[in-house]
Design a protein. Sequence first.
Length: 280
Amino acid sequence: MVRTRAQICILLFAAAVCPNGRTAAQQPSSADSREHTNASKCDLPAVLAQAGVRANELVTNIQQFTAQERIEFRMLNGLGNQYDSGSDDFDYTAVLVRQARGYTVEENRNPVAGSRPFPIATHDLGLPEIALMFLPEFQTNYEMTCSRAVMRNERLTWMINLRQRKDRPDTTASFTDKNGIVYPAPLKGHAWIARDSGEVVHLELVLMNPILPVNIQSWSLSIDYAPVHFKSRNIDVWLPQSAEVYRESRTGRTFTSHKFSDFRLFSVDVNVEPNSPPSK
């Protein structure tokens, strides 16, 4: 589903490092996840079936959209000293494309007037389709268990543990080197799925093992989702609102954050329709 280019120093959209040295995706986040003791017992098949319906709706409703994107990054050398940082605003466009083994998002970022281009913004990241791992045809690629009911982003959610199965294809993420060789990226982590709707509220994922040919020691991802209402079609679509990335190589580490706003949906006739502010 996700194809990224590893010849650059960073992959975007992942989780910041926790104080104890582990990334956020390697341990359940406690900042906004409060256990809910009054929730009923988790019915995992029912939870995944509902999440599958929502993922199919996302494919149906979102083929192409635009947004405003704010990118901030920090780069540290092997000694932990920061040697570069920056931030800027971009006009962001994403087009969802079906591939033989999944989905990819063709992305484009153009600096807004007065901004300066920088390399971080030139690479396809595939953030919008990450949640499509819950499509029914892809769910079986993962071992999934239901951990518990927790409050996340002011919503009651089921916290789902997931891990790429060794006997199933890695379709969610891959890294491509400068020669075009693709390396599958097995992932594990946690998903917070809304109990009442099956929407993915939050995702935290981490790479299960280093991918040395593309100089990746570790990589992790954290995404917050929220509903966006598109008036002309009268639909609510859960889209990424913010994301963070952490990437570690042999020579250093990179932290990148992304924030999205002002979503606009392209209809079939390629007219652009504005949306309301994200719902809370």
